[in-house]
Design a protein around this ligand. Structure first.
Ligand SMILES: Nc1ncnc2c1ncn2[C@@H]1O[C@H](COP(=O)(O)OP(=O)(O)OP(=O)(O)O)[C@@H](O)[C@H]1O
Ligand SMILES: [Mg+2]
Length: 330
């Protein structure tokens, strides 16, 4: 397996067209309508793709992050990627790259986010980005499509890419939401990983609550697999992740949290570790345990995708995998 891995320059190609400069302001308690002084601040290369790339590199993997950047925030992100040893292929655009703010509130163990949408980038940038995806499609055993799209990308952008990538036998992992997810899910990526809220918004009834409806989930998993999906993973924060794979009895994996700092980027960390485990030749169950431990370890540091070896080594042995008891439940 190690030999096979070395044939590729990267472990995962990460395709994420809506990068962001992510800022984190940690405060102990939030006072509405008043000045809140940050206890700690970080400004980072962000957006889901770069956060996933950070996790992958911190876990010892080789990531190629393909993105679109512009303006002062774009220059900052590009410098940060270099500093963090994250390889990138950047399409430059005229406009300023968006920014996001994450405010983890320690006393509440809740995180508040403010996100800019992502401006239009124009047809030539869309074309150059698409070309870059295909130029690097065979650089790694997995290619991830992750996050939202710039406002002028068509909502079927990922769906179209998946169709063409499948024809090249590229294994695609997908993590997105809303209309983009609706289009792409049935285009049959190899792996689809979304959170329960994102799943319910597209596949379940609008009234679906926070309790997973196993009947609906199993039905959707079967349906997606009939279209060519291999593995559906639905994450649900502290409850862990539910894994429906063709060759496995459905299972849940979870890791108890020991230190809350900031939960942002847990899904991206999960995806990074899962794919790295699979690339390293681990069976799905082991890769899922690795992913769960990495996702929970991410919560112990403010910056998304920041996973220390110490946290991972401590949390991996505490990770639990159990079959999902689906019958009789709703
Ligand atoms: N409170 C928690 N305790 C333990 N593990 C957690 C907790 N929150 C998240 N995780 C881990 O992270 C994984 C992903 O979390 P979540 O379902 O919140 O993803 P997400 O909403 O996609 O996150 P993001 O989009 O911010 O990256 C979970 O499946 C679990 O393994
Ligand atoms: Mg997510």
């Amino acid at each position: 397996m190690a030999a096979a891995r070395m044939e590729y320059p990267y472990d995962v190609t990460i395709v994420s067209p809506n990068a962001a400069l992510d800022s984190y302001y940690a405060i102990d308690a939030l006072r509405f309508g008043e000045i809140n002084r940050a206890r700690e601040v970080f400004h980072t290369a962000g957006g889901k793709g770069n956060n996933m790339a950070r996790a992958l590199v911190m876990l010892g993997g080789r990531a190629l992050s393909i993105g679109i950047l512009g303006g002062k925030s774009g220059e900052f992100i590009s410098r940060e990627l270099e500093r963090e040893d994250i390889a990138s292929e950047i399409i430059w655009t005229q406009g300023e790259t968006r920014r996001t703010v994450t405010i983890p509130i320690t006393t509440l163990q809740q995180s508040t986010g403010i996100l800019e949408g992502g401006a239009a980038v124009g047809a030539s940038v869309l074309q150059a980005f698409t070309d870059a995806v295909f130029a690097h499609a065979l650089d790694a055993p997995f290619l991830t499509l992750i996050g939202s799209l710039p406002s002028d990308f068509p909502p079927n952008f990922y769906a179209e890419l998946i169709g063409r990538l499948r024809a090249m036998s590229v294994r695609v992992a997908l993590d997105t939401s809303g209309a983009v997810l609706r289009h792409a899910a049935f285009a049959a990526p190899h792996i689809l990983k979304i959170n329960l809220e994102e799943f319910n918004a597209i596949f379940a009834e609008a009234s679906a609550g926070t309790t997973p409806n196993w009947q609906v989930i199993q039905q959707v998993a079967d349906d997606l697999q009939a279209h060519g999906l291999d593995t559906l993973i639905i994450t649900q924060g502290a409850h862990g992740a539910y894994v429906f794979s063709r060759a496995e009895v459905p299972f849940r994996v979870f890791t108890p949290l020991e230190r809350w700092v900031c939960p942002a980027g847990s899904g991206d960390s999960f995806m990074a570790a899962l794919l790295l485990g699979l690339v390293r030749g681990e069976p799905l169950r082991r890769a899922a345990c690795f992913a769960s431990a990495a996702a929970t370890a991410n919560i112990e540091h403010m910056v998304s995708g920041y996973i220390t070896e110490e946290a991972l080594a401590r949390l991996l042995p505490k990770t639990v995998l159990e079959p999902l008891a689906l019958e009789g439940s709703t």
